[in-house]
Design a protein around this ligand. Sequence first.
Ligand code: PS7
Ligand code: MN
Ligand code: MN
Ligand code: MN
Ligand code: MN
Ligand code: MN
Length: 349
Amino acid sequence: VHERKPEKESPELKECFRLLDLTSRSFSAVIKELHPELLVPVVVFYLILRGLDTIEDDMTVDIAEKEPLLRNFHAHLDDESWTYDGNGPNEKDRELLVKFDVVAKEYNKIKSSYQKIITDICHRMGDGMADYAKKGNVSVQTIADYEQYCHYVAGLVGEGCTRCFVEAKLANPVLLSRPELTESMGQFLQQTNIIRDIREDHDDGRCFWPKEVWSKYVPEFGDLFLPENREKASHCQSEMILLALQRADDCLFYMAGVKEQSVFNFVAIPQSMAIATLELCFQNPAMFERNIKITKGAACGLMMQSTQNLEVVCAVFRRYARLIHKKNSPRDPHFLDISIACGKIERFI
Ligand code: PS7
Ligand code: MN
Ligand code: MN
Ligand code: MN
Ligand code: MN
Ligand code: MN
């Protein structure tokens, strides 16, 4: 375990750590345990992308204002005075943008090789978010659109993180030649978030489930939430879960390329939480009614198992794949494909 040395931290860095605790539930703890070489770059990377996402998520900001904010966000990183306080008072991450100057100050102190990676990812993510925000609530039509949106908000994070790990000499550079594995790491997390958050996003007037999928089950997206459509909604839910589950073996391959313990923990914990969340969502009608979450106890156990080695993480994936397999029903139109996807995970090493 690496201890922080508060006496060596600038007031701005202390403030960044406070903002990290404020804005992140699951990432804060794992980020703080990272190898000292990566600690500050990843804190800064996280806060920058969280700031960008706060703007993306703020439905009180008009698209005419939002689009240039998202596209130009990366350009404010060199400016140590830029802040933003235009968002609604309910926004929980508002304080991060009000105090964004402290993030920029820390950004400008890290190695330029990390700065280049962070700016590049922030620029491409902001443009991608703007493209989808501009198209509005019907932006995600096809499965290709859905995967492209997840690429912008999570696949790119995977790319940026991988470039940082290799830059720090803490991951095998061969990972850079397997971008499809990195992409799956982000897709698996983001698709799981989009599946689980369907109710919350719908209540905010947003929809990230592709029409190509839901239109096979209901004529209007909102019909998925009607009690009389419970079975159709369940079949739609299992198609979405199947799409995510097919990424799991790539994620295990990626994690096999990460040997340094603190980086392994950083990548493995969110993945374990994601497969547990998929299992919680599978065949669970409550997902359409409220925000469901794995229990504190389950999350705690997953933390401990994900901080050991690849074999233990494979065992976690196998356990949840078996649970999904057991809940799978032959009445579900995706019964066979789900069974195959679970089987692949169960047989992995
Ligand atoms: C590590 C190879 C830079 C560490 C970590 C802030 C969470 C917030 O939560 O629906 O419902 O509001 O608005 C692959 C993290 C993907 C991203 C995307 C893993 C930055 C992160 C900003 C790659 C995390 C997936 C928006 C965009 O969805 O979320 C490796 C570090 C990772 C942040 C996540 C989130 C996107 C997001 P919520 P939303
Ligand atoms: Mn968000
Ligand atoms: Mn978002
Ligand atoms: Mn640009
Ligand atoms: Mn979400
Ligand atoms: Mn299908």
